[in-house]
Design a protein around this ligand. Structure first.
Ligand SMILES: [Zn+2]
Length: 333
């Protein structure tokens, strides 16, 4: 770990960071400068400039500029300390095989699914039964108490597993009796989500940024996108054939996720959040729809039967046609 900002900036260039996060740019002049769309706000004409020699950016659209640390603070909405930790993580992913260990973890958990009927029972109870979808989403199972032995026997160090928080100080696995969904940012590992099959502390992520919209690489190409709160909502919708569904892991989008969702002004977004009795999901949906409309997109809210989220709706027996009717009726408020 490096805590020295100068050192960090020397090891990871502004341009490399942006390109890792799918920024598309063209060089100008003597190839020291690059220009592209500003990642900090929606725009249609490129006004974001990067000087690859000085390692700085400036946007003529929003007037913001600075170094890599300043950029990450704005882009991911992080404090200075969080930014340093995030950049160390980015460096680690290329330098020490963290990406490899996370991929191995996901493969291990996928393999565990076979021998654990309690995991299958849970998946069935949440409406998931299609083995090909379960493979497609790389869904796995963490029984707990087995990951450390497996990874250390493959040569990964205790310190590395601890650093990634796959285990705690005492060497215990972070995920016990949890259904596992690996999350990717454009092919690179970003996080692991574990849903408890007992009802204790239902949701758990590894402690790092929640990353991009789920499966945005493929879903983002669709002219109509369905946005849901949770990965089980997404899974039943994909299973029913709505593979244009993405998920922001909650109702609150990070600025980076909002920019992904709004990066194509012709896109239509169907927001299918939980229809909770207290109205929290619906009020979050209304405010997101307004924000999307303010940047020119079409946004509709999908009303599900009172008290249900998309997952409950399919578990209660809904079909493709039922959900499709709700999409039709989705109104612009
Ligand atoms: Zn800008």
């Amino acid at each position: 770990m490096s805590h020295n900002p100068q050192d960090l900036k020397q090891r990871l260039s502004m341009l490399e960071y942006l390109q890792r996060h799918s920024w598309k740019a063209r060089p100008i002049g003597a190839h020291e400068e690059f220009v592209g769309l500003c990642p900090l706000h929606p725009e249609s004409h490129p006004s974001f400039y990067v000087n690859a020699v000085k390692n700085v950016f400036y946007c003529h659209g929003c007037g913001r500029g600075g170094d890599l640390i300043r950029f990450v603070q704005l882009y991911l909405n992080l404090s200075f300390q969080e930014t340093i930790a995030h950049l160390n993580n980015e460096l680690g992913l290329s330098a020490t095989g963290e990406d490899a260990v996370l991929k191995e973890t996901a493969a291990f958990y996928q393999h565990q699914l076979d021998g654990h009927s309690e995991a299958w029972d849970y998946l069935y109870s949440r409406g998931l039964h299609d083995p090909s979808l379960i493979r497609q989403l790389n869904i796995g199972y963490a029984p707990g108490g087995t990951l450390r032995r497996h990874l250390t026997s493959m040569g990964y160090s205790f310190e590395l597993l601890l650093q990634l928080r796959l285990i705690d100080q005492r060497g215990h696995d972070a995920f016990y009796r949890r259904i596992i969904f690996p999350c990717f940012d454009g092919g690179r590992f970003s996080n692991i989500y574990g849903r408890s099959i007992d009802n204790s502390a239902p949701h758990r992520f590894l402690p790092c940024p929640k990353g991009e919209l789920f499966a945005w690489n493929t879903v983002g190409a669709s002219p109509e996108v369905i946005l849901v709160e949770g990965l089980f909502d997404l899974a039943v919708l994909w299973q029913a054939g709505f593979v244009n569904t993405t998920c922001a892991f909650g109702t609150h989008l990070t600025p980076a996720q909002f920019l992904q969702l709004s990066d194509n002004p012709t896109r239509k977004v169907f927001i299918a959040f939980d229809s909770d009795p207290n109205g929290a999901g619906q009020s979050a949906a209304r405010s997101l729809a307004q924000q999307l409309r303010s940047v020119g997109l079409k946004a509709c809210i999908v009303d599900l039967p009172e008290g249900q989220d998309p997952n409950d709706y399919f578990v209660s027996g809904a079909t493709w046609a039922d959900f499709n009717r709700h999409l039709y009726r989705a109104h612009s408020l």
